[in-house]
Design a protein around this ligand. Sequence first.
Ligand SMILES: *Cc1c(COP(=O)(O)O)cnc(C)c1O
Length: 415
Amino acid sequence: MNAKLDSTIANRPVTRQTFDEVLVPTYAPAAMVPVRGAGLDLWDQNGKHYLDFTSGIAVAALGHCHPAVVDTLTRQANTLWHLGNGYTNEPVLRLAKALTEATFADRVFFCNSGAEANEAAFKLARKYAHTKFGPHKSRIVSCLQSFHGRTLFTVSVGGQPKYTEGFEPLPPSIDHIVFNDIESARAAIGDDVCAVVVEPLQGEGGVMPADPAFLKELRELCNKTGALLIFDEVQCGMGRTGDLYHYMTYGITPDILTSAKALGNGYPIGAMLTTSELAQALSVGTHGTTYGGNPLATSVALTVLEIVNQPAFLARVKEASAKLRSTMEKLVADYSQVFGQVRGAGLLLGLVVTDAWKGRSKDIQRAAEANGLMVLIAGMDVLRLAPALIVSDEQIAEADRILRLSLDQMIKAAA
Ligand SMILES: *Cc1c(COP(=O)(O)O)cnc(C)c1O
């Protein structure tokens, strides 16, 4: 009888409608429900095929169900899942070694999401400043339009008021400057600042690349005031821009770097990377999380890192990036009444709509989806493309074809 009950529950028919009945309505998902994926291919409940240019918001960098990642996950699932922080494990030690060898960092703290990685970064900056300079040095400076996660602290540091409205009182001592505005940075970063946080390529805020001069100025202001420079590479890191981390492209080194999303290719994991000196601020007992660094997550991330951090792999990402960029530049030129500009870096691009099409990025997204192409938006005025890093030239051509078809249909419908 129990077996029958279990199988009934596991196989019960569910639809998109079920979402509206039993989920907290924080999201408004698409009408179709994907059930299976391989590489950049996805299929929905009706067997309809989609080309996925979202990779789950820049997460499935190696595509869906990458064989090497599946192999690691299943092997580890049959070996050891979880221990708790009273014990360490081999995969976490190997991953921390690999990440520190591959970056500026000497130390890593593992957690389960981007928000938690940023939470750890902000707490580290506060603790370090308190210990070294005193409690007056507690201010955190971040950029308008930035996104750093949805915990109360990270959403308050993020620069989009629409995400904090109604959740007051917010944590104090946080200031926002204008992204890429050096004067705004100079005015805000004084001796009471413990951390300056920036996305080298703003993702959620509209796919906005940082000016090299802006990041350089932030680095210098931090050096001058003793504030720590935090790069949030949760979305733009792990090979997305053609370098393992985007700070490498700029040649500007942060004090703390946060990584998540593509790090686990869909298996939840976050990481905060820093130097040995700064890491000492988080001594035994000062911070932690139950699942952080568990063997399942870290073995998967190690496999992802080993594949992504190969010169040939990253060279191909750069090649695919150039191909996607030129293809989209041409599309934007051909559809100049719809799009004004392509911006971004690597395989994270934003197509900015014109004034005439203001607020319609979601309509374009839905039209593309109907034609079998999944794309993202970044606000109502930017169509965002973030295909898996393994995207082929043929898949870029196919995405271009479907986007053009969708735009033709929309233009025709409006005429
Ligand atoms: C997605 C994202 C986060 C939050 O990551 P979660 O895993 O959703 O908590 C933080 N920063 C940036 C730049 C992101 O894109």
